[in-house]
Ligand binder design. Sequence first.
Ligand SMILES: Cc1cc2nc3c(=O)[nH]c(=O)nc-3n(C[C@H](O)[C@H](O)[C@H](O)COP(=O)(O)OP(=O)(O)OC[C@H]3O[C@@H](n4cnc5c(N)ncnc54)[C@H](O)[C@@H]3O)c2cc1C
Length: 146
Amino acid sequence: MPEHPEFDHVIVGAGLSGLLLARRLLMAADAGRLPGAVRIALVGPVPDPAQRVTFAHWARRPTPLDDWSIGAWSELQVVDHAGHARVVGLDGYRYTALAWDRARAALRQTLAADPRVTVVAERAVGVGGDADAAWADLPGARVLGR
Ligand SMILES: Cc1cc2nc3c(=O)[nH]c(=O)nc-3n(C[C@H](O)[C@H](O)[C@H](O)COP(=O)(O)OP(=O)(O)OC[C@H]3O[C@@H](n4cnc5c(N)ncnc54)[C@H](O)[C@@H]3O)c2cc1C
């Protein structure tokens, strides 16, 4: 089976976890916390650009996803059964809704532009590993990480 060049990290799935893991690995390398070369293969099909996905999450501090925020709240209005309303804080948390489809596309594009990252826009048909290596199998090729 033909092989792609070897990588240090093979990430299968370019969704929320895969994209942010790749980003974190690059940040760690930039900060000198990962010794040696960092060559990342990110394996995952291109998402449907017409699909609109909204995602909400809680955070106390700014996150890398804030650029795609479409609304954020740090307090709630609570109305009791008698109709009395009061505003309550969220104990330092923010509840942020974001356009995940746009965030995902932008993260993927930024990663693809980094020379340390190879984005493989395919679906893996299998994954495996042993003591020395881990791999993702594509139809007709293997992406190997050591
Ligand atoms: C309708 C809905 C609404 C949600 N709303 C929220 C919310 O508001 N807030 C919140 O915190 N969580 C929400 N979640 C949960 C959130 O989406 C998941 O927790 C999160 O996406 C998990 O991240 P993940 O990377 O594991 O999976 P995903 O983000 O699903 O990523 C998996 C990726 O793997 C790829 N993949 C699958 N098979 C293969 C293969 N064989 N080879 C290569 N790639 C493959 C997929 O294409 C996908 O890109 C929601 C989930 C759903 C379904």
